[in-house]
Write a protein that binds this ligand. Structure first.
Ligand code: NAD
Length: 274
């Protein structure tokens, strides 16, 4: 018997087998949930379909989260598929243009700022509005954020600002939806090599550094995030809402990263530069 037996789950954001949303899909599926997937469309279809088939998931719907009519269509279909009741909705969607991640934050264009906020933040609000109508017996909404919301991560730029707005939106949604017994939380994983992450210049160095500088000395995996999502969706998380919860090997607790003092001492031993 699984802890999510009889629960209906709709997940947005699987792009391929490396997606965090796929780690969450597998964990919730293994716990007994009935799952529906929605993906951005286009070329991703050939990656998402075989993944869905591997778990016998037959609800797979295209949806651009910038398109309200497309969102309505997915939720209409989900209503029929799940017999009118949704228990969990996962939002693992984000986008910023490559040029806004490459240059300086101070050069962000109005259009680039708007796109990042619209796709990565407003979409949570738009999806939560539709999910609320189907969460007739309460429910759980999860989103994915990153520490770049709180601290400056070179190149994360406008996405860091979007994640700060996403975390604030999580709190406001949690306040509004609490009366319907709907919990809203943001999971904040350390860096994971995914399609989106590949768009961030220097990501490989971020990955190496976070492994080195985390108290647990390892990077998180999509399976780790899946396990945390499961815990939050289960009864164990029933009094948790509006939170941003870190799963990052402890990276975010460090004021002075591990290895920094050693690096400094090594530098002091070096002969002065000519
Ligand atoms: P991913 O590329 O696998 O997933 C991002 C998803 O967003 C993709 O499925 C993509 O199709 C979807 N998307 C983008 N624009 C869309 C649109 N207009 N409509 C519908 N879908 C759209 O990468 P990921 O790393 O698994 O990202 C999932 C979430 O996790 C994101 O919110 C990301 O910011 C967050 N996150 C990632 C990391 C990391 O290091 N990979 C760390 C912390 C948080």
């Amino acid at each position: 018997m699984g802890v999510l037996d009889g629960k209906n789950v709709l997940i947005f954001g699987v792009a391929n087998k490396n997606s965090i949303a796929w780690g969450i899909t597998q964990a919730l599926h293994d716990a007994g949930a009935k799952i529906g997937l929605s993906y951005a469309g286009g070329v991703l279809k050939k990656r998402v379909m075989p993944l869905a088939e591997s778990l016998n998931i037959d609800f797979v719907e295209e949806c651009d989260v910038l398109d309200d009519a497309a969102i309505d269509r997915v939720f209409e279909k989900a209503k029929a598929y799940f017999g009118g009741r949704l228990d969990v909705m996962v939002h693992a969607v984000a986008f910023a243009t490559r040029e806004d991640l490459e240059g300086k934050f101070s050069n962000t264009s109005r259009a680039g700022f708007g796109t990042a906020m619209n796709v990565s933040v407003y979409s949570l609000v738009a999806l939560a509005q539709r999910a609320r109508a189907l969460m007739t017996e309460g429910g759980t909404i999860l989103t994915l954020t990153y520490y770049g919301s709180e601290k400056v991560m070179p190149h994360y730029n406008v996405m860091g600002v979007a994640k700060a707005a996403l975390e604030a939106s999580t709190r406001y949604l949690a306040y509004d939806l609490g009366a319907h017994n709907i919990r809203v939380n943001a999971i904040s994983p350390g860096p994971i090599k995914t399609l989106s992450a590949a768009g961030i210049p220097g990501f490989r160095d971020m990955l190496r550094f976070s492994e080195m500088a985390s108290p647990l000395g390892a990077n998180v995996t999509i399976e780790d995030v899946g396990a945390m999502a499961l815990w939050l969706c289960s009864d164990a998380g029933k009094m948790i809402t509006g939170q941003t919860l870190y799963i990052d090997g402890g990276y975010s607790i460090m004021g002075l990263p591990l290895g920094a003092l050693e690096a400094l001492e090594k530098k002091q031993d070096e002969p002065p530069k000519e």
